[in-house]
Ligand binder design. Structure first.
Ligand SMILES: Cc1cc2nc3c(=O)[nH]c(=O)nc-3n(C[C@H](O)[C@H](O)[C@H](O)COP(=O)(O)OP(=O)(O)OC[C@H]3O[C@@H](n4cnc5c(N)ncnc54)[C@H](O)[C@@H]3O)c2cc1C
Length: 388
């Protein structure tokens, strides 16, 4: 496998690098922001950045040109994300651009494409994901939110949980059970709906980091027009698989880890240097390089027209577990002060960023499929082992 850029790829890389260093808002270049924005279309800086990136055709670089994308080859999409991450600048894509849009392109009708895609590109429709339920997380197909057909509508009753950013998004894509008699994977339909509809209520769940991005969402006779069902009735599971395939890409995360380790090494207080710690940091640097190569491997597979499966699980598992170990090390590296949050009279280290990062990397091994589930995928689909 050759990971060097072809002359054409190198030229594209330079173009992206110049664009980001010239056009990115100052605050994004100084403060690293997460690679997928939380939602909230009310952020003016983000909206302006989204507009600039969209004007280059790079907001939805993977969408076909016919729908406002750039039809970029996979390897150039990869370079694009990598260059943003290397400059620690957020790519202003969100769940609409990354997950729902491609799903609508693949499974939606022409009418749905015309109505639903442009507001995503303009940043007007910002989506949250209503998949998980109290009794359906890893075993998602057990979901119970009920969708009953009533004339031109479906009527939804039940509950979702862990809906990230539901309070700041204005749209939701969700799965609901439209045929309770069918085998569980075959009785599910896929819908999109505005969040602000009668009967839909949201309750934020406070987390240990003091945030409340995760939410419970309750459906009490919520009406969703049948025109908002994506794909055929009861085929929603297969539509959802498209969405989940688009959830795992990995490169921005892998580059972030690499930069994070280098940064940590540069800032290690001399008095806290021990032989054991220096060896752990050496291991992290090696592991971060491996994470990056694994992400390249996934892009390379896609570039050759193959659908990464257990390979994407390997990236997710390896990167999220590595990040958790690095963030734990970072907090302990600065002693008790490393564990302090912002607002501790200046005793906290670098605005409490290490404590904050650790509180973010702990749930990352659960979100998007837990580490145990990823290991199960690698064992069965990667190694061909029987299910335990
Ligand atoms: C930060 C964060 C953000 C999230 N955002 C969203 C969102 O926006 N929308 C959304 O729909 N969901 C979201 N989720 C939910 C997430 O997808 C689920 O938490 C995840 O799929 C696990 O499901 P669960 O919490 O029900 O745990 P469970 O599935 O009940 O798992 C409990 C434990 O059992 C283990 N386990 C389960 N099945 C197996 C198995 N087959 N083999 C071995 N071990 C197993 C798990 O690894 C875990 O340790 C988010 C979660 C987090 C933490």
């Amino acid at each position: 496998m050759d990971y060097h850029d072809s002359p054409e790829e190198a030229a594209f890389r330079r173009e992206v690098r110049d664009f980001v260093s010239r056009e990115a808002p100052e605050e994004y270049r100084v403060h690293h922001r997460p690679p997928v924005d939380a939602g909230g279309s009310g952020d003016d800086t983000l909206q302006e950045w989204r507009r600039r990136v969209a004007s280059k055709g790079w907001l939805a670089a993977h969408w076909p040109k016919a729908y406002g994308g750039a039809s970029l080859p996979v390897i150039q999409q990869f370079i694009l994300k990598e260059e943003f991450a290397l400059q620690r600048v957020i790519h202003p894509g969100n769940r609409g651009v990354e997950m729902v849009g491609p799903t609508i392109i693949m499974h939606g009708s022409d009418t749905q494409k015309a109505a639903m895609l442009p507001p995503i590109l303009r940043g007007e429709h910002v989506y949250c994901q209503g998949f998980s339920e109290p009794g359906a997380g890893s075993d998602l197909a057990s979901l119970q939110l009920r969708a009953t057909r009533d004339g031109d509508d479906y009527v939804l009753n039940g509950q979702k949980i862990w809906t990230s950013n539901a309070t700041t998004c204005n749209q939701m894509f969700l799965l609901a059970r439209s045929d309770p008699e069918a085998p569980k994977h075959r009785g599910i339909s896929y819908f999109v709906t505005p969040v602000d509809v009668p009967g839909l209520s949201i309750r934020p769940i406070p987390d240990m980091a003091g945030g409340a991005d995760l939410c419970e969402t309750f459906f009490d006779n919520v009406r969703i027009p049948a025109a908002n069902r994506i794909g055929d009735e009861n085929r929603g599971w297969y539509v959802a698989m498209t969405t989940l395939d688009f959830e795992r890409s990995g490169i921005a995360g892998a580059v972030g880890i690499f930069l994070g380790v280098r940064d940590l090494i540069a800032r290690l207080p001399k008095e806290r240097m021990t032989l054991a710690r220096s060896h752990r940091l050496a291991d992290f640097l090696i592991a971060a390089s491996v994470a990056r190569l694994m992400a390249y491997h996934v892009a390379d597979l896609q570039n050759r027209g193959r659908v990464p499966n257990h390979e994407a699980s390997m990236v997710k598992l390896f990167s999220s577990e590595l990040m958790r170990r690095i963030d734990t090390e970072a907090v302990s590296m600065f002693g008790l002060q490393g564990a302090l949050w912002k607002g501790n009279g200046g005793r906290e280290v670098r605005d409490g960023r290490y404590a904050r990062a650790l509180s973010g990397s702990l749930p990352a091994v659960i979100a998007g499929g837990t580490s145990e589930v990823q290991r199960g995928i690698i064992a069965t689909r990667g190694l061909g082992l029987p299910r335990g």
